[in-house]
Design a protein around this ligand. Structure first.
Ligand SMILES: *Cc1c(COP(=O)(O)O)cnc(C)c1O
Length: 647
């Protein structure tokens, strides 16, 4: 490669534009609008996962990708921010389905030498390390640094020779271990992270706990004060003034809780004593109701209690969270519960396809991402894009997706031990002209993967229509310990072997950031039908909108804010009502109805030039209305102004 002139030229241009991007004198948004955040007093952003690039598999899904996008926007905006996470040596699992459609997991050791990771060292070259005591043993923790543009991301690592064999595995797998592993992982993240920053002499203006996983951080900040003789209550007040918390889901399984015996085992006596707390007082920090011994130690109650600000990730999720956690403030009305919201967004330059990006550059200018800040100017630019240009780009992208789907399926079949002939038939499947619907997300019951399968005959009529066919691409992982989710996946995988649908429906294995990019950039329609109101925000549909795809989703999370009736479609009504079963039936009916009456006819309606004018008008309207509101620059600006600087 290094001798191909075209390649060398591309690398040279990339280096040049990166150097320009990194110039210290570059005019940034933060230099003008967030002067309160100095380089010396950055935001410290803590998260258990980071999805920066698919080569660094330190994420499982939405939370990690969101954190990665947060860092990228902070970098673009020049916002002083340092991030702290964990270096999982085996990352998150890779997914394969066997011939029976059952999910199998495997892990690959990540090769730190191959990745842009630097071991954090002292001036004398020896590794910087901190120590913490867990399970009665002292554990040594080292740190790696990844630079995400201007933002340093520190990744803590216990895989150090000096450590006990078991402790070396603490940062082994993301969500792969038992409760105890989880607890010590979170101690490394929160307590270890705080100690690392102190060691590096970084004095954050504010600590942002992105999800409760890092909530032990607040205990460590308090301990810094109590060991100086300050009473815990006073220390807690000081800590509260410096910490902000974001909760990411109303689903119970998303809130980590630990048995008190486990907390005792992991923390030991001395940590609690250094806080000046009795056993009971310590446990109460993680309970909704003080003294309730039936409660586990929850990281969300701890974070809500120890942070000055808490927020959900969409307006609806803010509302749902206020209701859910009203019990922490029993004297208050729901609306008085101090949980606000900042709606999630996605990093436009990461998620926009190069083909679409060049259209934006042409019509909105080289600084098109900045134009996103100005909804009016953006709308004018989008209006000036010729229909033909946008439609042609979308068709090219769809062609690329289909080639990708065929190749992946071909490989998967060979790997499953299928015949070469059967594997080869994958190369004929899918039609580049057909309406293509994407459905990719974690496999969990509340996401209702099987909603589309409710009425198979009706679904077959859509898929098998000769004139106006519909094809589906599915992808997503089930949590390794979630047998129910694996059954859902298997049901879908087996359904796709039905000869009637085989050419027009596919499950792509091993959903990750790269598969996500292929899908969100290329599909015509993105389907999302979780049970309301359990989708805190959702971000994949935002990525689709940035690329001119249309959302077909229940009115929950971000889509409740985004859908205006002509930039995509709603499944079901606003109110989630009553019993799950009735609601599933009603939503399934609505889904088929909208597909039959609106989506399919609009897509296949062509004018004399063969252009789907109404469809392209919707694409443009989606780009115009959704891109400015649901990108992560807007999100990070909101965090800066409403949360980081509001303390
Ligand atoms: C964007 C993304 C997600 C989150 O999407 P949801 O809308 O929350 O389902 C999950 N996984 C990957 C790989 C993504 O890129």
């Amino acid at each position: 490669m290094a001798t191909v002139p075209l390649y060398i030229e591309r690398v040279r241009r990339l280096v040049e534009s990166f150097d320009k991007y990194m110039e210290p004198s570059a005019q940034t948004w933060a230099a003008q609008h967030a002067v309160g955040l100095a380089r010396e007093r950055p935001v410290a952003y803590f998260c258990a996962e980071f999805g920066v690039h698919h080569s660094l598999p330190l994420y499982s899904g939405g939370l990690g990708i969101l954190a990665g996008d947060h860092l990228k926007s902070a970098s673009d905006l020049g916002l002083p921010l340092v991030a702290v996470g964990l270096l999982y040596h085996h990352g998150y699992f890779r997914q394969r389905l066997n011939r029976e459609g059952w999910q199998e997991e495997s892990y690959r050791q990540i090769d730190v030498g191959e990745l842009p990771l630097q071991l954090v060292r002292r001036e004398d070259g020896t590794p910087v390390y901190i120590e913490l005591e867990m399970r009665g043993r002292v554990v040594r923790v080292e740190a790696w640094r990844v630079d995400v543009g201007r933002v340093p991301l520190y990744l803590l690592d216990t895989n150090v020779e000096e450590n006990h064999e078991i402790d070396r595995l603490i940062t082994g797998h993301l969500y792969g271990g038992d409760r105890e592993t989880r607890c010590v992982q979170e101690m490394v993240l929160g307590i270890g992270g705080a100690r690392l920053l102190r060691h590096l002499r970084i004095e954050p203006h504010v600590f942002h706990l992105n999800e409760g996983h890092s909530a032990f951080l607040t205990l460590e900040l308090a301990r810094e004060l109590t060991v100086k003789g300050i009473a815990f209550e006073d220390a807690a007040r000081t800590v509260r003034a410096r910490c902000a918390f974001t909760t990411h889901t109303p689903v119970a399984a998303g809130h980590d809780e630990f048995a008190s015996s486990l907390i005792e085992k992991c923390f030991g006596e001395s940590y609690r004593q250094s806080l000046g707390l009795s056993h009971e007082e310590f446990l109460n920090l993680g309970r909704v109701t003080a003294g309730d011994e039936t409660e586990l130690f929850g990281l969300t109650p701890l974070a809500l209690r120890m942070c000055r600000s808490s927020n959900g990730v969409s307006r609806k999720h803010g509302e749902v969270s206020r209701e859910l956690w009203n019990k922490m403030w029993p004297g208050r009305q729901v609306r008085e519960v101090p949980i606000s919201s900042v709606t999630n967004g996605v990093h436009a330059p990461t998620w926009v396809a190069p083909l679409i990006r060049s259209i934006y550059e042409k019509h909105a200018g080289a600084n098109w991402t900045e134009l996103l800040h100005d909804a009016k100017a953006w709308a004018a630019a989008v209006a000036s894009i010729p229909d033909e240009e946008l439609w042609k780009a979308k068709r090219l992208l769809k062609g690329r997706l289909i080639a990708f789907v065929r190749e992946r399926l071909y490989d998967a079949r060979l790997r499953q031990g299928e015949s070469v002939e059967f594997a080869e038939s994958a190369r004929q499947m899918f039609d580049p002209e057909a309406l293509t619907i994407g459905f990719a997300r974690r496999v969990a019951a509340y996401k209702r993967w099987d909603l589309i399968l409710t009425d198979l005959e009706r679904l077959y009529r859509l898929i098998l229509d000769d004139e106006r066919p519909v094809q589906f691409v599915f992808a997503g992982k089930a949590h390794p310990q979630d047998q129910g989710a694996k059954l859902i996946l298997q049901q879908l995988a087996l359904w796709e072997l039905d000869p009637r649908v085989m050419r027009r429906a596919v499950f792509l294995q091993d959903y990750d950031q790269e598969v996500a990019r292929q899908l969100v950039q290329s599909v015509d329609v993105w389907l999302n039908v979780p049970r309301r109101p359990l989708e805190a925000s959702g971000t994949s549909g935002e990525k689709v909108a940035l690329n001119g795809g249309l959302n077909l989703s229940v009115l929950d999370g971000w889509w409740l804010e985004g859908c205006d009736g002509s930039n995509g479609w709603a499944v079901g009504n606003v109110a989630a009502s009553g019993e799950a079963e009735n609601e599933d039936a009603r939503d399934a009916e609505s889904l088929y109805h909208v597909l039959e009456i609106e989506v399919v006819p609009t897509f296949y309606e062509r004018d004399a030039e063969g252009m789907p004018r109404r469809w392209v008008a919707m694409m443009k309207h989606a780009i115009e209305t959704l891109a400015p509101a649901f990108n992560s620059d807007r999100m990070v600006r909101d965090y800066a102004q409403k949360i980081y600087l509001a303390g």
